[in-house]
Design a protein around this ligand. Structure first.
Ligand SMILES: Cc1ncc(COP(=O)(O)O)c(C=O)c1O
Length: 418
């Protein structure tokens, strides 16, 4: 049978995406890095300053990580060879899990191929209540922040809950969460609240302390209590004086914490840390852990080395420099007359532009001037909320930031943005 019609509908969908100017497949290819000044990459033969990377501490270029990775892959091979429970579990995976658990002050950890895969499995496994495949029995209400990351949304979707068992609370609004908890008490045995720690679009963070005080009020209103899952992929190894992320900044802990090794830690992969019983249960139930490869031994070694660097004096200095870079950039941009889409103290700074064409032009001209930033346009954000997302790194120097601000404000002036 001809697949012409099928392919035509795919073409139409691609055309619709291109027309809305939200295509993602035209990627900048990094050919090399200027090794002496790591946030500077070579793209199309030109040196480009990267102001949109999640490598917040610049650790992916750190020699300690590279050496650990080379040593492990020379000895153990370049891939895991099988999934964990077959023959793909290396001592280095367990060492990393123990280090991650200690880093976050938890009983145990589990490493996955990515944080996306972690969220899919962790959320699905912990909320799947009524399904006969589930190891958990019970009747669960899931409550999500309305702006949660796609991997959380998909994790909830997988569980295929009835619509009344998956509710949202208003973004960063603990009163809204309290209302949802109050109006549903007595209707469910248990509640799972899921939120991003740091939100990747605007750099704001969920105040876990306030959330905790709401949870404490409602915990005994549900037979099996209220569990808090936090995905802090942009918080860990980037935020807080010791890089413990949103938990450190807001002074309260999640019951289940998901992180990535592929952003601030400068390696790759995802992980979850929690009480032993949760980790033991997840090792029996998390499909993307049981049926999908883990990270390679080299990557596990790099991630382990990254944790050591972060906990050293050098790591503390990197985190301090990153925090200073944030203040420095914000102050300079404010002085030039820019506004921000959110009041963020995180290395993600969303500069409010408010006009779709101007946002695109500014990003394009910044690239021509040698700077990479991300434009976030309508329809991804509401009309009038178009923004440019700038991400800082500890390796950015004062000069890098000054050069960035100069180019950014000159172009913005020419486009009549400021
Ligand atoms: C909040 C959040 N969760 C999860 C992920 C996925 O991380 P990973 O690249 O490790 O799959 C991201 C990455 O964009 C993220 O921002």
């Amino acid at each position: 049978m001809s697949k012409t019609q099928f392919f035509d509908s795919l073409k139409n969908e691609i055309a619709r995406i291109d027309e809305a100017a939200i295509s993602k497949r035209f990627e900048h290819l990094i050919e090399d890095f200027n090794q002496d000044e790591a946030p500077k990459a070579i793209i199309e033969g030109r040196e480009i300053s990267i102001f949109n990377s999640n490598d917040y501490l610049g650790l992916r270029h750190h020699n300690t990580l590279k050496e650990a990775e080379h040593k492990a892959s020379s000895k153990l091979g370049t891939g895991p060879g099988a999934v964990r429970f077959i023959s793909g579990s290396f001592a280095i995976h367990r060492q990393l899990e123990k280090k991650l658990a200690a880093f976050h002050g938890r009983d145990d950890a589990m490493v996955f191929s990515s944080a996306f895969a972690t969220n899919l499995a962790v959320i699905f496994s912990l909320i799947k209540g009524q399904n006969k495949d589930s190891l958990v029995n019970g009747n669960t209400l899931v409550i999500s922040d309305e702006l949660n990351h796609r991997s959380i949304i998909d994790g909830v979707r997988l569980a295929n809950l009835e619509s009344e068992a998956k509710l949202i609370f208003k973004h960063l609004d603990s009163n809204s969460l309290a209302e949802v908890l109050s109006s549903n008490s007595g209707k469910f045995d248990r509640v799972v609240i899921i939120t991003d720690g740091v939100f990747s679009m605007l750099g704001e963070y969920q105040d876990l302390k306030t959330l905790r005080s709401v949870i404490d009020q409602y915990d005994n209103k549900y037979k099996e209590g209220v569990l808090l899952i936090v995905d802090d992929c942009h918080g860990v190894a980037a935020f807080g004086a010791t890089g413990r992320g949103t938990e450190e900044v807001s002074g309260a802990k999640a019951d289940v914490l998901v992180g990535t090794l592929g952003k601030g830690f400068g390696a790759d992969g995802g992980y979850v840390v929690a009480d032993q019983v949760i980790i033991d249960y997840l090792r029996e139930s998390a499909a993307t852990y049981i049926y999908s490869n883990s990270i390679s031994p080299g990557t596990a070694a790099a991630a382990g080395a990254s944790l050591d660097v972060i906990d050293s004096e050098e790591g503390k200095k990197m985190l301090e420099k990153l925090a200073n870079n944030v203040v420095n950039l914000k102050t300079q941009l404010k002085d030039k007359g820019f506004k921000f889409a959110a009041d963020s103290i995180h290395p993600i700074q969303a500069v409010l532009i408010g006009d779709t064409t101007k946002t695109r032009d500014l990003t394009k001209q910044m690239y021509e001037r040698g700077f990479l930033v991300t434009n976030i346009n309508y329809p991804v954000v509401p009309k009038g909320r178009d923004e440019i997302r700038v991400q800082l790194c500890a390796s950015h120097t004062k000069e890098d930031i000054a050069d960035f601000v100069q180019a950014f404000s000159e172009i913005a002036k020419s486009l009549e943005i400021i």
